[in-house]
Design a protein around this ligand. Structure first.
Ligand code: XIL
Length: 311
């Protein structure tokens, strides 16, 4: 059938995948990635623990390998990410608080400058919220208060003025306390003229639990003049997968794609990984998996066909 990226482009959106450096030496994965997807998010290679493992010492080799794969396959890149409480090297959390802002700004400036012109968008701050919509306590908020987010966005914009700048989080797909927190923050940032272009909805779903308020939630963000994107889609279930769950997963994928297509300024959908065999889910949620459109042998699942049909 027609590739997902071709169907997506005909509707004015992209269809992406996450890739890790080890995926690049698996020809089954690279063949599907190059054929089906037109956007790549590095799974780990642009995170702080990889790019600046010790203070002032940078390592862009793994991220560069992902960018090079993307460029040679005519795919764009979502940079992921500049500031996050997780996969953060110990030296940052051990800094005296009066040195955290300088370290954060140097990290953002150096990384965003290195990739200037090569990334379509940056997840500038990843996962800044608690489930109740309050700001997560981490090295950055503890040292700088809530203003660290505006500072991070301004610093990224100065380094790469053409990259779209995003805040990205999970469990903000539907309308709830957490997405209310995000909505309040991005409303304030827009009102203050802080450079922000979009909100990323990670969309790590459980089968049958795509929120019914997802479309309305996307619309309230785009009504602020922001883009939205589905940045890390997967839809997990207990393994081994039942045919009923695979059918529900197909319904879920179609619903997510339809939501994006229905919202102007929903710019695209990215799945987190290519297939079930390279997905992060079994490692992070023991006993669960089968969360992507391709099975363990990289054969398309019902979710693939439903996605193609929804596009
Ligand atoms: C995950 C990676 O896929 C794993 O390889 C890694 O061990 C942990 O991080 N939200 C995010 C992603 O924003 O960066 C995470 O990626 C998945 C959850």
């Amino acid at each position: 059938g027609t590739a997902l990226k071709t169907l997506a482009e005909a509707k004015g959106i992209y269809f992406g995948t996450a890739l890790t450096q080890s995926n690049l030496s698996n020809s089954t994965i690279t063949a599907i990635a190059g054929a089906q997807f037109d956007m790549v998010t590095p799974g780990n290679e642009m995170k702080w623990d990889t790019t600046e493992p010790s203070n002032g010492s940078y390592n862009f080799g793994p991220g560069d390998a992902i960018v090079s794969f993307a460029q040679s396959h005519n795919m764009r890149v979502r940079g992921h990410n500049l500031v996050w409480h997780s996969q953060l090297p110990g030296w940052v959390s051990s800094l005296p608080s009066n040195q955290v802002q300088g370290a954060m700004e140097a990290h953002i400036t150096t990384e965003a400058t290195h990739y200037k012109g090569k990334v379509y968008a940056w997840d500038v701050v990843n996962e800044p919220f608690n489930e109740d919509g309050s700001l997560r306590a981490d090295a950055f908020s503890n040292a700088m208060g809530s203003g660290y987010i505006a500072d991070a966005l301004r610093t990224a914009h100065a380094a790469d003025p053409n990259a779209k700048l995003y805040l990205n989080d999970y469990n903000i797909e539907g309308q709830n306390a957490k997405s209310d927190g995000m909505y309040k923050l991005v409303s304030q940032l827009k009102a203050q003229g802080v450079p922000i272009d979009g909100v990323g909805l990670e969309s790590h779903f459980i089968v049958g639990q795509v929120p019914s308020s997802m479309r309305a939630n996307m619309q309230r963000f785009t009504a602020l003049g922001l883009d939205v994107a589905v940045t890390e889609l997967d839809d997990r279930m207990q393994t081994p997968a039942s045919s009923a769950n695979l059918a529900q997963q197909a319904t879920d994928y179609a619903a997510v794609v339809s939501n994006c297509l229905a919202v102007s300024h929903c710019v695209g959908v990215s799945q987190w990984g290519v297939g079930d065999a390279d997905s992060w889910i079994p490692g992070a949620f023991p006993g669960q998996g089968a969360a992507t459109m391709y099975d363990n042998n990289y054969q398309p699942k019902p979710a693939y066909n439903a996605t193609a049909t929804a596009l």
